[in-house]
Design a binder for this molecule. Structure first.
Ligand SMILES: Cc1cc2nc3c(=O)[nH]c(=O)nc-3n(C[C@H](O)[C@H](O)[C@H](O)COP(=O)(O)OP(=O)(O)OC[C@H]3O[C@@H](n4cnc5c(N)ncnc54)[C@H](O)[C@@H]3O)c2cc1C
Length: 488
């Protein structure tokens, strides 16, 4: 017999996870399906992590309204979910006369979109706030409501909170087609069997257009638009302010920003590509990123970069978010073309989807025991010496440092492996604990982490992967198990 749900959500990115969390408030059977080994494996794991104020998007668009609405709830959401968020404000920097005119346009657009707390400041004030900014700065648009967030922890926390409130999550489960009954979508076929439901929510990121085509909807397409980044060693990271250039017609431009963990990050560029799986970084791309960032902060040094990566924007053919209950495919809700500011908008997108479901006749009855609060496991390096000592006394594994650069303990790793959304790969642990995210980029911790994953999951070393099937670290053991194997 097929399992039956009220709602199936396809895609465990920030959008799917926030929709799952919003639905978990109600008496509904909800299934969240993600084809990768972890949630937060698509665009939600590779972006600039800015909570945008909302002056960029064209007034009247969904991007504009859901950006501003999403931004407004970030303090509450990040407090409830225990996620690092800093409402530090953002600056669009003007370097010439034309840029100054653009600042005025952005300001007017922000006012139309309902953004509060904006102000055009002088070049002198900008230099006072961020001494590393290009000395030729002529002025800047300050947006007090802009901020920075940890996008991994945000997405994972939303998924965990949804799961604790009753949502079923299946990882490594790819939706391959829809089931139709009596002229409606009635469920999905997947790589692990089929599931029936009253509604299917398509939050499949870059692949949302392909799912739409399977439902017979062909008018909408998604182009992957690549953005490349460099991350700087925290010891060398001195930029304090989020600095944007004036935007281009297709992107917000290459910016310089601190992260919530104190690194400086620069990027992204914007290149339309064909291949939806191409996350490569190129020398030309990185050069473009570096020279773009140096226009804002000329003293940035290439030798201080510790990591590079790329993300793919799901750029939709309408230029706006597409969030709809199409009449041609009853039972389907599309949440597609969610490019920037999708991270900011995700909580508001979830509420918008709830309204659509209500309009489609779904009854939403609140659960008396819904709990919106989720506490993160202890982060050892954030604790005082006294708190660290107490934690070690309770559990000796918190006394064993596995990642030296980021000071991540075995206790944190074990907690993440057994969390409500379990970390079962190296990268899943990295997103939750920051192990391997420091200067040595996993050079020291990787062998120890593989052993811990193997022990905790009860799997052979050869089954432990970086990011799921096909990314195994170990082909076979080379030394006698009882003789020379590292003990962890
Ligand atoms: C370079 C870049 C910079 C950005 N910067 C910002 C920013 O600073 N601020 C901001 O607000 N936004 C930003 N964004 C946008 C933001 O990251 C995205 O809007 C957001 O992450 C989209 O989330 P999503 O859940 O729709 O997609 P995703 O995170 O891509 O999730 C979709 C999920 O669906 C899964 N999936 C796909 N097909 C199937 C299937 N058939 N079966 C099961 N699962 C499937 C995928 O594996 C994936 O995990 C940026 C994006 C990029 C790429």
């Amino acid at each position: 017999m097929n399992a039956w749900y009220d709602i199936i959500i396809v895609g465990g990115g920030v959008v799917g996870c926030f929709i799952a969390r919003a639905l978990s408030r109600y008496k509904l059977r909800v299934l969240l399906l993600e084809r990768e080994s972890d949630v937060c494996s698509g665009a939600s794991k590779a972006n600039t992590a800015i909570v945008h104020a909302g002056y960029d998007a064209k007034p009247g668009t969904l991007k504009a309204s859901l950006n501003v609405a999403g931004n407004r709830v970030y303090d509450q959401i990040c407090a409830d979910l225990d996620v690092p968020f800093q409402r530090c404000g953002t600056y669009v920097v003007a370097l010439d006369e034309e840029d100054l005119r653009t600042l005025d346009d952005l300001y007017q657009r922000g006012v139309q979109n309902g953004v509060t707390g904006m102000r055009v400041i002088s070049g002198e004030e900008m230099r006072r706030i961020e001494p590393l900014v290009n000395p030729e700065v002529r002025g800047a648009l300050y947006a007090a409501t802009g901020g920075i967030v940890d996008p991994f922890l945000l997405t994972i926390a939303a998924a965990e909170n949804a799961v604790v409130n009753g949502v079923h999550l299946l990882l490594e489960t790819e939706v391959t087609d829809f089931i139709r009954q009596n002229g409606r979508l009635a469920g999905v076929r997947t790589s692990h069997g089929q599931f029936l439901s009253r509604f299917v929510i398509n939050a499949a990121g870059l692949y949302a257009d392909q799912l739409m085509a399977k439902a017979g909807l062909h008018g909408f397409s998604i182009t992957p638009r690549k953005g490349e980044y460099c991350v700087f060693d925290r010891e060398k990271s001195r930029v304090r302010a989020v600095l944007f250039p004036c935007p281009t017609p297709i992107s917000k431009g290459i910016l310089v920003t601190p992260t919530t963990h104190g690194n400086t990050m620069i990027g992204p560029n914007a290149v339309d590509i064909q291949d939806k799986s191409d996350l490569s970084v190129t020398p030309q791309g990185l050069e473009e990123v570096f020279s773009g960032a140096q226009r804002l902060v000329p003293t940035l040094e290439r030798r201080d970069v510790i990591a590079v990566f790329a993300g793919l924007r799901a750029s939709g053919s309408t230029g706006d978010f597409l969030i709809e209950a199409p009449v041609q495919a009853p039972g389907l809700i599309n949440v597609a073309g969610i490019e920037s500011p999708g991270l900011t908008a995700a909580p508001a997108i979830a509420e918008f989807v709830l309204d659509l479901l209500r309009e489609c006749g779904l009854e939403l009855r609140e659960k008396p025991d819904y709990n919106p609060i989720r506490r993160s496991p202890p982060r050892f390096h954030e604790l005082s010496h006294r708190e660290q000592a107490l934690l070690i006394a309770r559990d000796a594994r918190y006394g064993r440092i596995v990642c030296r650069c980021e000071m991540v303990t075995e206790g944190e790793i074990v907690a993440a492996i057994h969390a409500p959304v379990p970390a079962r790969t190296y990268d899943a642990l990295k997103r939750r604990t920051r192990l391997g995210a420091g200067r040595c980029q996993g050079g020291f911790d990787t062998p120890r982490v593989i052993h811990i994953l193997s022990r905790e999951l009860g799997l052979p070393l050869t089954a432990i992967t970086k990011k799921g099937p096909g990314s195994e670290f170990v082909v076979r053991e080379t030394k006698d198990r009882n003789d020379t194997k590292t003990k962890v």
